[in-house]
Design a binder for this molecule. Sequence first.
Ligand code: PLP
Length: 1005
Amino acid sequence: MDKTAKRIQHWQSVLAQKWHINAELTPLDGEYDLNFRATAEDGAGYIVKVMRVGCDRWLVDMQVKAFEHITARQPQLPCPMVIPATDAASLLTIRDENGQERLVWLLGQLPGRCYAHIAPKSEPLIHEVGQVLAGTAMALADFHHEGLARDFKWDLMRAAWIGDEITCITDPARREMIKDIHAQFAALMPALNALPKQAIHNDANDYNILVTGALSAPRRVSGLIDLGDMCAAPRICDLAIAAAYVVLDHARPEAALAALVAGYHAVYPLTTGELDMLWPLLRMRLAVSVVNSTLMAADSPDDPYVTISQAPAWRFLEGNTLHAGLLAARLRAACGLPVVKGAERVQAWLEQERRNFAPLMGCDISDAPLGSLSVEQSTWPQNPFHMPLEEAARVGAEFEDQGRIWLGYYHEPRLIYAEPAFRKGPWKASDRRTVHLAVDVFTAARTPMFAPMRGEVFVAEYRAGHLDYGGVIILRHETPQGDPFYTLYGHLDPEFLDRLRVGQVIERGQEFCRLGDATMNGGWAPHVHFQLALTTEGIEADWPGVGDPDEMYLWRAICPNPAALLNLEDDRVRYAPTSKHDIREARKQKFGGNLSLSYADPVMLVRGWKHHLFDEWGRPYLDAYNNVPHVGHAHPRIQAVAADQLKRINSNTRYLHPAQTAFADKILSKLPDHLQVCYFVNSGTEANELALRLARAHTGAKGMVTPDHGYHGNTTGAVDISAYKFNKPGGVGQSDWVELVEIADDYRGSFGRDDPMRAQKFADLVDPAIASLQDKGQGVAGFIAETFPSVGGQIIPPKGYLAAVYAKIRAAGGVCIADEVQTGLGRLGAYYFGFEVQEVLPDIVVMGKPIGNGHPLGVLVTTREIAASFDNGIEFFSTFGGSTLSCRIGREVLQIVDDENLQDNARQIGGQLMAGLKTLEAKYDCVGDVRGMGLFLGVELIRPDGAQAPEICAYVKNRMRDHRILIGSEGPKDNVLKIRPPLTIEAEDAAMIIEVLDHILGEVA
Ligand SMILES: Cc1ncc(COP(=O)(O)O)c(C=O)c1O
């Protein structure tokens, strides 16, 4: 028997004797001590802790007692339970297999994986880490043990020891930085020493926190383990140590810290004094880590692990650009505490003085109307990614009334902050600042303004950038109690530059500046942006006039509603976007339950532009899902055509209009010559329903053959040929006039890509279907298929498949219907229609969705012979099908595809996406297949055994939405990601899709 086996056997028998637990033992990694995972016969898990020879008893005794104390005080906390031996002792001294005495104790095992290995490290999870840490600190507040007074290097109170060792860091810049951190820490010591000390965990690092939950299941903190570094110190040290790990390699460390402290504060409230120490203590802890590991590296120069483990701490210390003052304000705001000293007094005083301030505009503005520039209510600017000067100079023109004053809302999300400077990431769909933090007063240029109260000039400058402030003044004020605050006046005539100096006093009611015009105020329609700020910490250089909607907890606190200073009521100027929650609730009340919503957290979309969408807060989303806005959301030419036609006439096909034939000509120009007759209807469904009637009229038969998992529409007839609907649980079931054939899926179906005969073999499945229809006396009216099945899982049938099927159907007397609702009109890039790829000539082609770009429109095109069979004396009429408006819009869509080379764009960007997806297929085992053509793409997600993985697909889809990318999922098992954007999508958007998908698949792996 080898040494390890002997050791395991020894401790296994100890466990059986002393605890009466029969268990299998597995050794765990440990530097000094022996730890084993024990799995008992009844499935229960334990951790056997066998301490190193010579280990101090007080150290272990302290941990055992502390765990017992936590369990007694806060039994709900996820802390391991100490399991006493059968003689009731919690800590035993037992000889090991070599006869040496060791301290031994037993803990209950907790579920979960190390926080270090969890992705994503979401804010809710970090919030819970804060809560658990706070609960533990609270439980330990009255824990006493002589060991807590230990003198060791990981006690942050004693961290000044690194001062003597800084020279071990050879890089001069790094050495300077550590010196700096050390000096800031030294300055903090008196305040730190004044805080009460208590027992703290002192090592909530990412290997001591356990987390449960995978994929879409929420991540929950399931354990805070290892009290080996406990000591007595102010509790903020405990939090700072956890914080030092939470920020490492986090994409948004400031948000992570806010979540952590908010979680802590909710359980064990912190003071502002403690909160303000978090950042210097966090940095000091990282400094201790890097100095310590540098010293260790000197001791063991061959151990690369030492340097590797330092890397994240250096990355953070050297790379972060967080401003200490602004971060302190953020952490205070996250805890609902005053953002700066005196903030609450300033607000109370402003409240008290409301209506007593000198009027800013020299007159009472309490009756001035408000005009909304919000995402929901206004359409400024037309392009939310670029506002040209001409447009900026006219913003709000609809509210203009001969120079009379009108007001713009505080807290209003707007899209007019369109330029890349307002984006917080590299992509168009990156988070952006949209929410207005001021009140605007619009009136004529050069209108003079008067100080609402006495103040000192703090800033008086000219900012020349496009859509910047132009002339801008910041005044510093003080309340009678001496608490400072600031007011900002933007978009001014810079004439004040000659008059005003920093420090100059402006008296209450004194005229001190005037409104600029568009040539000097950043380019805007004349107005003043009037903002209040309680601090300028961290925003001196770049005072934000708008904030990120997801950070309003901070910006609302720093820049509260300035209405009081304008002698207005807060509510009057405060904007509230439509509540998504209210709409969702109303929808539940007013609509059928099977009207589905996408995403676990649905989106409310109120604006679109090309292939981007915006929610009620102006958050942008990349639309990689919707094929209906074929030429892009809110296309100006579609807007123009629709508006133009609605001013003239919108009537039906019982009257002549040239738009009808013009639309028909345009469609027919895209189709093979044998297709000559058009029918205009309102939807894909209606077109397919009509196709059935035409097929029956032409053949005199009723039976239809169609691939499994297909979808052709929502009416009775269309559902009957849509296995995707009729075969679902609760579906109407298969009609006797319908025969299904296996979908020609050569990834997962009966015939694989390695079979050169697969197209023919799939096509041969039509033979028994035809025979069955004939046996039943239904005859064969025809075959209908989505050319590339979409809901079936973005399937690309093998070449030759449709040609073989069509031959069989025609031989049986049927007609061949190509449903091109998904695949037509250039989406496939190299081809205008899917049937061209399959080199077939359908008898009927059905188009829908994209052809109206959102306007309800369906089109059926067929041969003259089939049309003649249908023309049996009964009128065909669809009230809205072929309306003048529809015809104008439909033609315009097709014309835009041509004019903007969108088919070629689909080819190029589709190629880029496909190449990117292929690299992900090679990188991740869960990507089973990548397929598609142009901008019709599918990514099949699988489990390790190759089975469909809908759980991964749902996770990826929701996480993509978290990252502001909308994609869909399809397939019989809903495990195929569907990427099917408007044809306007650009290279940078495709790059975003691939980068984000890569990141999210990394979370799954
Ligand atoms: C292939 C196909 N055909 C027909 C339809 C029905 O179109 P509509 O919803 O416009 O009636 C759809 C809709 O998703 C479709 O994907």
